[in-house]
Design a protein around this ligand. Structure first.
Ligand SMILES: C[S@@+](CC[C@H](N)C(=O)[O-])C[C@H]1O[C@@H](n2cnc3c(N)ncnc32)[C@H](O)[C@@H]1O
Length: 193
């Protein structure tokens, strides 16, 4: 009888939060409503997607269910244990154990330059401005022109300060809201003209 596959979930996530609350930035994985609100922001015709901070893979699963092919998905996760679980569950995707700050090099190495969209579960609010800037610069160096970074946060205000958006030449719009997520979450879509 085949061994039952372990689906990484809430307990796995919580254990990682206990070990590193700042990097995990949440107590539990995003819920279905938030996941759908994030996926709904993918531009029509999206093929190649970069996912940052995949955690236990809720967005990864939804991207695949949406029709993104595993080979067109680059997943970057900093946490070693979560990376291992993601790699086991999504063997056909490019699942990289790495830091979103290094996305430009990772994308060059894996052939993901010019991606159609980035979807992020990173906790930008907990990051120093210089780290936010490094990650955003890397993301927009990898995305094709006019392509979006889809990001959620737990408050009604976007997680990137206005002066940093201006410095990087980024625009932002509200993408949706997930009121029954725990905690309630808001989706923001960033683009660079
Ligand atoms: C709030 S959780 C989101 C997980 C998942 N996307 C979700 O919505 O349930 C943040 C995730 O980002 C990862 N992370 C934090 N900093 C990172 C970084 N610099 N590069 C890549 N991943 C990072 C954490 O390990 C964690 O898995």
């Amino acid at each position: 009888m085949p061994a039952q596959r372990q689906v990484p979930g809430a307990w796995t996530f919580f254990r990682q939060w206990l070990r590193n609350p700042r990097a995990m930035a949440a107590l539990s994985p995003s819920g279905r409503q938030l996941t759908q609100a994030m996926i709904a922001q993918l531009p029509a015709g999206t093929q190649r997607v970069v996912e940052l901070g995949a955690g236990t893979g809720v967005f990864t699963r939804a991207l695949l269910a949406q029709g993104i092919r595993a080979r067109d998905l680059l997943v970057v996760e900093l946490n070693e244990e979560l990376h291992g679980l993601l790699q086991a569950e999504f063997p056909e995707a490019r699942v990289v154990h790495g830091n979103a700050c290094d996305l430009a090099a990772i994308a060059a190495r894996t052939g993901f330059e010019g991606a159609d969209a980035a979807i992020s579960g990173l906790g930008f609010l907990a990051m120093p401005r210089e780290v936010q800037k490094g990650i955003l610069s890397a993301v927009f160096s990898v995305l094709g022109p006019g392509r979006p970074l889809i990001q959620f946060t737990y408050g009604p205000a976007g997680p990137i300060p206005r002066d940093l958006l201006d410095e990087l030449g980024l625009s932002v719009r509200r993408g949706g809201i997930a009121p029954i997520n725990l905690p309630p979450a808001f989706v923001f879509v960033y683009t660079r003209d």
